[in-house]
Design a protein around this ligand. Structure first.
Ligand code: PMT
Length: 394
């Protein structure tokens, strides 16, 4: 069997010397390991060290020619995973901004495999709002981040910023790569985020959905091998790499995009918060300030119910956002919309529902079976939901 390939990016932090041990561990774990160094990293450790430990050539130069192939694309396609350890503030900032000015950042931009970033730097640099903001944006884009350890730093001060020990990083990588590939050749449609219903040229009716739950689902399906289309409303976060992302505004636009694709889809998961009503009319001119006004709202089509009425072979999964009688209301939606599964979201629980990084849900399948998923990150919830779909329908 072909060995799993791993690509290690080494950037110019003092912990670069620890990356040599990481290469040794990857090779010991059976990975075919390649290394890309930034020019700064070559000032700290000689490329020959990594070459000797990995048994593969070390890549540094973006413009070096290699057997007629486009180097960064080739390097991005080959591995099962990319690990950047240590990842300096500079490299994190570049990746967060989509800058590709060296071989490593170019490869990362072209990659659709999981990328693990292992930040390592001085504690004040690590705590700097710009660095924290970049880490937040990277997480939202689907990059995996390993938090640095606390302890004595190379600069002599104590604090968080130390690169975790190579053994810890290697174990983390092994855990991630155990991700199953049980959705290969499945076509999946996920909806996410809010819809916006225009009221006048300046205003709309919306809701608090950020798209985090739906984007995490799209990412998990993609990682497990599915071909994913993500139809989403306006969000501040970026869609995960490797999925077809289609942005819509209104419920009617979402309906159009979903209907177009439904027949050639195997699994639909509707995590979007779709407006149940829209203004009867969108005014041409901005509504002037005055006394009380009354808005006339008309119902939007229920996209999920329409799919339920039309479905043949598809597995149809809905969400239910509730503030009371969670199970009763979710069960009613499951039956009324002819769903195979519903994910009930109790909005009154702290850390669950809209705009949180975590969620706690109750899953009800068509046979009436109820499963509780405790509070965990939306990404982990997404994988649990995929486990249930896979064990029930694949
Ligand atoms: O995006 P986040 O900030 O991460 O928040 C996640 C979430 C809270 C939005 C998500 O977990 C969630 O619960 N999504 C469903 C929200 C919702 O609209 O629930 P509902 O009970 O009103 O609708 C039930 C189902 O019907 C949903 O799958 C919904 O997508 C669908 N629906 C609703 C109305 C409509 N007109 N068309 C629909 O398809």
């Amino acid at each position: 069997m072909e060995r799993k390939k791993i690509l290690l990016g080494v950037t110019g932090g003092i912990a670069a010397y620890k990356a040599a041990e990481l290469v040794r561990l990857f090779v010991k774990d059976g990975f075919d390991t390649s290394v890309i160094m930034t020019a700064a990293a070559t000032n700290l450790v000689a490329p020959l060290t990594f070459e000797s430990l990995s048994g593969n050539p070390v890549h540094v130069d973006l413009f070096k020619q290699g057997a007629g192939k486009i180097r960064h694309i080739e390097l991005a396609r080959r591995p099962s995973m990319i690990v950047i350890a240590p990842a300096t503030a500079n490299t994190l900032g570049k990746i967060a901004s989509g800058i590709a000015d060296n071989l490593l950042t170019t490869v990362v931009l072209a990659a659709s495999v999981p990328v693990l970033l292992v930040p390592s730097m001085n504690v004040d640099m690590y705590n700097h709002p710009r660095v924290q903001d970049n880490l937040g944006r990277l997480k939202d884009c689907g990059y995996l981040i390993m938090e640095p350890d606390e302890g004595e730093l190379a600069c002599g001060v104590e604090g968080r910023g130390r690169m975790p020990e190579p053994e810890k990083i290697a174990r983390f990588v092994l855990d991630i790569l155990k991700i199953k590939k049980d959705y290969v050749s499945k076509k999946v449609l996920v909806t996410a985020g809010p819809t916006r219903e225009p009221l006048d040229p300046a205003r709309y009716l919306g809701n608090y959905s950020t798209g985090k739950m739906g984007f995490a689902l799209a990412r998990a399906f993609r990682e497990r091998g599915a071909e994913v289309c993500l139809v989403h409303g306006d969000t501040a976060i970026l869609p995960p790499a490797g999925v077809e992302a289609i942005r819509v505004n209104t419920a009617m636009e979402m309906l159009g995009e979903v209907e177009k694709r439904f027949d050639r889809t195997d699994i639909v998961v509707k995590a979007a918060a779709v407006a149940d009503y829209r203004p009867a009319e969108c005014q041409d001119r901005k509504i002037k300030k005055g006394d009380r006004i009354t808005l006339e709202l008309v119902p939007n089509p229920d996209i999920l119910a329409m799919l339920g009425a039309r479905k043949e072979k598809q597995v149809l999964v809905g969400f239910a956002a509730e503030t009371e009688k969670l199970i009763k209301h979710a069960m009613q939606k499951l039956r009324a919309k002819n769903l195979d599964m519903i994910v009930a979201n109790d909005l009154t629980i702290e850390g669950a529902g809209f705009a949180t990084d975590t969620n706690k849900v109750t899953v009800i399948t068509h046979d009436g079976k109820i499963r509780e998923i405790p509070l965990m990150s939306k990404y982990e919830v997404a994988h649990r939901l995929l486990d249930i779909i896979a064990e029930t329908w694949l």
